[in-house]
Design a protein around this ligand. Structure first.
Ligand code: GLN
Length: 495
């Protein structure tokens, strides 16, 4: 048996079924690694005893012949999902010590499928950020280079999987927060179609964009997790009313008319010319091109398409997301839960000081921007215009999908940058979201798949976007690529 921390979800399930390992042994090995790599800052809360108790229970259930699909799989959740057995902070001081009376639907579904959580993973405060430098508690370090960021906002989720602390984690993606950290740490992640996973119990940032998804070391593992965590939820008004999906079965489904040598025969992959600008870093470009060349060898056809409003996705997103955030975050007022300032002199003082003390600078900046663009006199000029452009961006995708089945390009214009490198300029980070924001605004499913190393030996991800509900097709293409290549098996030195 190879070292237990290297097991993915599918491999681990097989080893459990064949009684080669127990869930307790698997969990113990992960807990030992987590303790040895605390310097990564990946966990905000670790619950070794709770995880071992859950593992023992899973082993007992398996011994009794029970067969939940993911029985005994240890994982960990981004600290944006509320959980009853662990505290939830959303990476913010304002929720320090908060305990939820219920589990997020995604967590409840994964628990019902047989997984359990080692604890809660670090993230940018309220999922606002691209580098995990906005967490109120600790910066997360990239296992490929401890001086570099792991990406964000699901930076803890990405670093934990890349370092082998857990085989899989949950993340959330509002404007790229599953895809970009997956790209920066060399793992695989999928943001499903908006509405596929319930937002109930997922602390809201920008409700019309927020979407949960799995992060793991292969497309196959992502498919297993996504099948368990997705599905209609009547407690989320934007939840998709679709029957439960077996994404793993869809992923394994061969394409009609394809051969085993050319399993992607007939698949048209569109390359938006706006995703390959002259300013794209050469190392990112060449890794992405290598990934595309493999897909071509596997039978896919590459076609040029255009998403003419790609650049506008940045201003549009950075109006809509803060607008929704300013509204969502009004509930943190020191009255109902979380931090409350000392000795408020009146109600206004309570609000002001609680929120000034509890929220970090990026969150405050977004509340200000959001309140401004929603205010009387500016609503029409900013928010309404942004909504119109959002629709046009979504229409551009539908136009492109008349010429192709999937869309591909880089996830981010560069590899992971150094911690602190962006200084105090938030706009630098905003600009780096250019390739993930269009798909988010359109509500489309998207993946990051590792395609090699770029500058400084840092991982590069290929972004694959599908049309609505096409997660199965996306996962199939990624899985076929991973069967033929080893990029996703690369691990950072020392891990
Ligand atoms: N980087 C983007 C932002 O800061 C996206 C974050 C996310 O997807 N949660 O808003």
């Amino acid at each position: 048996m190879s070292a237990l921390h290297t097991l993915g979800v599918a491999e681990g399930l097989k080893a459990l079924a064949e009684k080669k390992i127990s869930s307790v042994e698997w969990t113990q090995s992960l807990l030992a690694r987590t303790a040895a790599h605390q310097n990564l800052g990946a966990f905000l809360h670790l619950d070794a005893e709770g995880a071992l108790a859950a593992a023992r229970q899973a082993d007992a259930r398996r011994a009794a012949g029970e067969a939940a699909p993911l029985l005994g799989v240890p994982m960990a959740h981004k600290d944006i999902f509320v959980t009853t057995n662990h505290p939830t902070t959303a990476g913010s001081k304002i929720l320090a010590g908060y305990r939820s009376p219920f589990d997020a639907t995604v967590v409840a579904k994964l628990n019902a499928a047989g997984t359990f959580s080692l604890g809660k993973l670090n993230c940018d405060e309220f999922a606002m950020g691209s580098a995990n430098e906005n967490s109120a508690y600790a910066k997360v370090h990239n296992p490929w280079d401890l001086e570099r960021v792991p990406g964000g906002s699901s930076g803890g989720s990405a670093a934990a999987v890349a370092a082998g602390l857990v085989p899989a984690s949950t993340g959330t993606d509002t404007g790229g927060s599953i895809r970009q950290p997956a790209s920066f740490t060399g793992i695989t992640g999928i943001k499903p179609t908006y509405g596929r996973c319930s937002r109930y119990g997922m602390i809201a940032f920008a409700s019309s964009l927020d979407q949960a998804g799995p992060m793991a070391r292969s497309a196959e593992d992502c498919a297993l997790l996504l099948s368990a965590m997705s599905g209609f939820d009547e407690r989320d008004a934007t939840s998709l009313q679709q029957p439960p999906q077996d994404f793993h079965a869809q992923m394994l489904q061969p394409r009609a008319g394809a051969s085993s040598a050319r399993p992607l025969e007939g698949l048209r992959i569109g390359l938006p010319k706006e995703f390959f600008p002259a300013a794209l870093d050469a190392d990112v470009n060449s890794a992405v091109r290598a990934g595309l060349a493999e897909l071509e060898k596997l039978g896919a056809t590459l076609v040029e398409v255009s998403l003419p409003r790609t650049e506008l996705a940045i201003p549009v997103y950075y109006i809509i997301a803060p607008a929704e955030a300013s509204s969502n975050l009004s509930r943190f007022d020191g009255v109902r839960y979380g931090h409350r300032c000392e000795d408020p002199k009146d109600l206004l003082d309570l609000y002001k000081r609680t929120r000034s003390e509890g929220f970090g600078p990026e969150v405050q900046r977004r509340i200000l921007i959001g309140s401004y663009v929603l205010s009387h006199g500016y609503y029409d000029a900013y928010y309404l215009q942004a909504q119109k452009l959002r629709r046009m961006i979504a229409d551009d995708f539908q136009q492109a999908f008349t010429q192709c089945d999937l869309i591909a390009g880089p996830v981010a214009p560069s590899v992971a940058w150094k911690i602190g490198e962006q200084g105090d300029d938030p706009v630098k980070a905003y600009l780096a979201d250019i390739f993930t924001l269009p798909g988010s605004l359109a509500g489309l499913p998207g993946m990051s798949v590792p395609v090699g190393l770029g500058a400084h030996g840092m991982p590069v991800g290929l972004q694959l976007l599908g049309n609505y509900f096409q997660e199965g097709q996306l996962l199939h293409a990624a899985h076929v690529l991973q069967l033929a290549t080893d990029w996703h098996k690369a691990t950072p030195k020392g891990f």
